[in-house]
Design a protein. Sequence first.
Length: 186
Amino acid sequence: MLVTNGEVTWIVLVVRLPTGPDVPSRHRVAVWRELRGIGALSLGQGTWTVPDVAAFAHGLSRVEDLVHRGGGGIVTLTATGRADTDAGRLRELFNAERAEEWSEFIADCGKFDAEIDKEIGKHKFTLAELEEEEQSLERLRRWYRVLKARDLFEVPGAATANTHLEHCAQRLAEYTDLVFTELHQL
């Protein structure tokens, strides 16, 4: 991570894409999705920022490619903030988005746990259901890895999220045992 005067250096992107009734929105949507996907922080209309670290380099390259394919332009700047409060505010905003993502992740872990409870309550011990639950856990694991890579400043929700993910893995192991016990009784 680039640090200047004790603060993180940020990459600021100013993105302009053609608009109008005859211009398809798919390019704007693709750029927006890519920026959201890499964890960029929206600063306002067409202006985004991420910490200047290698973890974002590939995503930023994809954003630039999408902008150019959409017939737009992009200006990339390096910033640290004019005052310490500016730099601190960027970090706060970035961390607030990460905290929100971790909160959503934890909520999805709760849904996974509830789904396991529901299947156990219904005695639905089939290989098809087990496979579905395995896919759900794998989706949670992939999502966790993505969030962890974005969470450069390690917001507090990350440790809790890891505990919830481990709990989900334990619940799936319990459910797996029940499925195999049921299938071997037949």
